[in-house]
Design a protein around this ligand. Structure first.
Ligand SMILES: Cc1cc2nc3c(=O)[nH]c(=O)nc-3n(C[C@H](O)[C@H](O)[C@H](O)COP(=O)(O)O)c2cc1C
Length: 136
């Protein structure tokens, strides 16, 4: 069992080699099922009769090693990488979105408009604090 540190996700599209018979797809699926389970790799592979679209998630070293094997596999033709993220990146993004949400919430707080009378020197002191002095 791997820890969640260094968890990585990759999504790519590849084409079945022109000279590969369609039955290799079943061979790949059988091999992948047992290999991926052993290596704590999860994901989804879709085949449309010509292209594979695969999403893989697991320990970064295992995902990199698997991608190296797939890249060298003569049964595939080309690989178009769609995405490559680490789960830490996703968590960082979620934290950022959370902070942005909080900031938006604070900005949306309704402020009340009032009128007050200030002595000129007091007003000058507020103005001297700079741009946006009316709306701290
Ligand atoms: C499109 C494609 C997807 C593949 N996906 C996997 C996979 O998810 N897991 C896997 O172990 N092998 C996958 N393979 C097979 C690997 O290229 C390689 O043959 C296999 O991992 C070798 O396993 P072994 O060292 O146990 O013989 C895939 C191959 C292709 C062409």
């Amino acid at each position: 069992m791997h820890t969640t540190t260094g968890l990585q996700e990759i999504i790519y599209v590849s084409t079945l080699a022109a000279d590969a018979p369609i039955r290799v797809v079943a061979d790949i699926a059988v091999k992948a099922r047992s290999n991926n389970q052993q290596r704590d790799i999860t994901g989804l592979r879709v085949f449309d009769g010509m292209h594979f679209c695969q999403q893989l998630e697991g320990c970064a070293q295992e995902v990199a090693a698997l991608m190296a094997r797939i890249r060298a596999d003569p049964r595939r033709f080309r690989r178009f990488s769609l995405g490559y993220t680490s789960v830490e990146d996703i968590e960082r993004l979620e934290r950022l979105q959370q902070l942005q949400g909080q900031a938006a919430g604070a900005a949306a707080q309704v402020k009340e408009r009032i009128t007050i009378r200030l002595a000129p020197d007091v007003l000058a002191a507020f103005r001297a604090t700079g741009r946006g002095w009316q709306n701290p």
